[in-house]
Design a protein around this ligand. Structure first.
Ligand code: HOZ
Length: 430
């Protein structure tokens, strides 16, 4: 067993000053049990905790560290920029360069507004869709998570699913009533909602590949059908690409799945680990954002120079090294195939969902295509697997309802170590 005494002491101390000892709920390990591991540094594919234990990282800060931790060009760019001040609250040339770079990577974005988190990006995109259409209701999918703004905390994934929170206190009934939900991958449910709420729906927001109920892929034609419905019904189609943006391809899920949304939201990779989000899309819609239009949205730290230089440096590297995506795809597929063999040999039924560098293992003998499927998998077995892997030095998300994220710093030797660890872990599951 690893010595995690420093983490234990830090967690005890943290709980005296921070709610639940953490600044974001999932990392508290509440659902998997045990003590959250306190980190002190990371490099490449490895994390080092407060006791100097070393882990191979499959969270990667929940997505941003696509090239691994402390990627030198990003670290150097931040250090160089910081001496010129950490914030101005005034426009800078770098913000224009960042916007131009994003537009060059995501061709259907005409205008893009930088914000400080994925939550802010999704919240602002929905407000814009409402302002643009003059309609109030939105449709989201069960198990999808678009940040913690009030309108999204209805049948939400991520921590809301992890802690099995049915109704979030503080979200008013009025707000919740404007959020309609449908099962992921169920086009009939959407068609029914459209009939019931004719001309009332401002937006359909979706994670084009879901990552907040574990990794779940869109069924064939599902996104195409949604696209068609949105066009026919004048509904704004919003892709929440906070997880998939710049991860599944340079142009994110839009490019990979060949579907154009009307608005797209970003977070995670776009900031290289700094607090950055963004929303953008067609000029026709984006022109309604203040100060061009009257849909108000603002932020003192939006376009912050340190955050911008970090994001710009990473995105620019990805743009000029597109082989990264092929390498990540190959690593994701290798991990999936080898893990499948491990579980088959151990006679443990699993559904492994993977696309590119996003992957999840569900302990179930059925395919997992929506939140009901995910939540009927064996969560206790996932929790045991999580701890067995942690003890082998493999750091997985501490929840069955979160995707794993691969970084390209992972070597095949790291993947093989992970597979060996899974072999050890399966012995403890039976
Ligand atoms: N909402 C994040 C992943 N979906 C989890 C963030 C955290 O707890 O750190």
């Amino acid at each position: 067993m690893m010595d995690i005494n420093s983490s234990r002491n830090l967690f005890e101390r943290a709980q005296r000053s921070i709610p639940g000892g953490v600044n974001s709920p999932v990392r508290a390990f509440k659902s998997v049990g045990g003590t959250p591991i306190f980190m002190q540094r990371a490099k490449g594919a490895y994390l080092y905790d407060a006791d100097e234990n070393k882990y191979i990282d499959y969270i990667n800060s929940w997505g941003p560290m696509i090239l691994g931790h402390a990627f030198e060009p990003v670290v150097e760019a931040i250090q160089k920029k910081a001496v010129d001040s950490t914030s101005f609250g005034a426009p800078t040339q770098l913000e224009i360069e960042m916007a131009e770079l994003i537009k060059s990577m995501v061709p259907n974005v005409d205008l893009i507004r930088m914000v400080s988190s994925g939550t802010e990006a999704c919240m602002s995109a929905v407000r814009l869709a409402r302002g643009y259409t003059g309609r109030n209701k939105i449709i989201k999918f069960e198990g999808c998570y678009h940040g913690h703004a009030d309108s999204f905390l209805v049948k939400a994934g991520s921590g809301v699913a992890t802690f099995n929170i049915q109704t979030v206190p503080g979200v008013t009934a009025g707000v919740a009533a404007d959020t309609l939900t449908a099962p992921y991958n169920n086009i009939n449910a959407i068609q029914e909602l459209i009939v019931q709420h004719k001309n009332q729906i401002a937006a359909i927001i979706i994670e084009p590949v879901a990552g907040n109920m574990g990794c779940i892929l869109p069924a064939e034609n599902f996104l195409e059908q949604l696209r068609k419905i949105c066009t026919e019904e004048d509904i704004v189609f919003i892709f929440d690409e906070v997880m998939t943006g710049f991860r599944l391809a340079q142009g994110g899920a839009q490019e990979r799945l060949k579907i154009n949304a009307d608005l797209v939201t970003y977070g995670k990779v776009i900031g290289a680990g700094m607090p950055v989000g963004a929303f953008g899309g067609k000029f026709e819609i984006m022109q309604h954002i203040a100060p061009l239009g009257n849909v108000y949205q603002a932020g003192t730290l939006s376009g912050n120079p340190i955050a911008m230089i970090a994001g710009y440096t990473l995105l620019n590297h990805l743009k000029n090294n597109s082989a990264v995506y092929d390498e990540l795809d190959a690593k994701g597929k290798y991990l999936k195939d080898e893990l499948q063999k491990v579980f088959d040999e151990a006679n443990i039924p699993v559904a492994i969902n993977q696309v590119g560098s996003m992957i999840s293992v569900f302990f179930t003998n059925k395919p997992v295509n929506n939140f009901t499927d995910a939540s009927s998998s064996n969560i206790n077995m996932f929790n045991k697997f999580f701890h067995a892997m942690l003890n082998e030095g493999i750091y997985l998300p501490p929840s069955a309802y979160e995707s794993w994220f691969l970084s390209n710093a992972l070597s095949y030797a790291n993947l093989d170590e992970t597979i060996q660890a899974a072999k050890q872990a399966t012995a403890q599951l039976l």
